[in-house]
Design a protein around this ligand. Structure first.
Ligand SMILES: NC(=O)CCC(=O)C(=O)O
Length: 275
């Protein structure tokens, strides 16, 4: 019998190389393995089908109604009867490009899509520099969707640094948040774990962040370290930098227990802010 308040999730940390077909096939293999091991909600990392580089985003970009990547995700979601959070891919719509996560239900239907709302335009002198807005346009929506288990929120990577996004998700009822992400060797060691734990504790949710594996041949070295925190801020698992799958059992009763015992969401002084 399907138990709806307890379910397994899987975060697939796949290697990404400069070969879209190989990346798609690898993602497929990982999703199949995760589903065969009982995961019901499966996520990939940011840009799982494309190197994280401005010089290739447009070449790799796909349109929603003509996409090998989305066809693969849809058909494996249906075949295995699982929800898939399709990491992110470069999306093309008309003349515009977005860093987009597509979400599939158990019938393989797209039930939501998140276009990254905060683009990673940073310059940490001599260490890491990126300007996503050279390629991408900004998404305009905070993304929450229903599943048979609970409401889930999805954001992408740099979005994690903006706490108001996640508070809005919680106001909309989410109990699990997944963030496909590709931090790097500079900001990863400094901020990755603390951001995940803060967002989990602030919002009393299960919070997973899913990276690509590190590819030493690439200019942008992904941090890896896919990770999940429970609603009390306990890290339930964290990978290293290599390819692997991180599994975690989500217990929705535990979310309620934490929210009842430490009722910070009820204790908010909304009367003192205009939010
Ligand atoms: N791909 C990204 O948005 C990277 C974000 C990041 O590394 C950060 O420190 O924030």
């Amino acid at each position: 019998m399907c138990q709806r308040n307890k379910f397994k999730i899987a975060l697939c940390q796949t290697l990404v190389e400069d070969n879209k077909e190989a990346n798609i096939n690898r993602a497929l293999k990982f999703i199949e393995e995760a589903a065969d091991n009982g995961a019901k909600v499966i996520s990939l990392g940011e840009m799982f089908n494309c190197p994280y580089r401005n010089d290739v985003f447009k070449e790799y970009a796909e349109e929603e109604d003509n996409s090998n990547t989305l066809e693969m995700l849809s058909s494996i979601a249906k075949k295995k009867g699982v929800y898939i959070i399709g990491g992110s891919i470069p999306e093309k719509e008309g003349k515009k490009y977005y860093n987009t996560s597509y979400i599939f239900d158990r019938e393989g239907k797209i039930i939501a899509k998140h276009r990254k709302i905060h683009l990673f335009d940073i310059d940490i002198k001599g260490k890491v520099k990126m300007k996503e807005s050279d390629t991408f346009d900004y998404g305009e929506n905070i993304t929450v969707f229903d599943t048979q288990y609970c409401k889930i929120g999805v954001a992408i990577c740099y979005d994690i640094r903006f706490p108001e996004v996640f508070r809005i998700m919680v106001q909309k009822g989410v109990k699990l948040i997944i963030v496909p992400a590709a931090f790097n060797n500079v900001t990863g060691p400094a901020h990755w774990e603390i951001l995940v734990r803060c967002r989990a504790v602030d919002n009393q949710v299960y919070f997973g962040a899913v990276s690509p594996a590190r590819n030493e041949n690439e200019s942008y070295l992904a941090y890896g370290h896919s990770i999940i925190s429970d609603p009390f801020g306990k890290i339930l698992g964290e990978l290293e930098e290599k390819e692997s799958i991180l599994y975690c059992d989500v217990d929705l009763d535990y979310v309620e227990k934490v929210r009842n015992e430490l009722p910070i969401l009820k204790h908010r002084r909304l009367d003192l802010s205009k939010i």
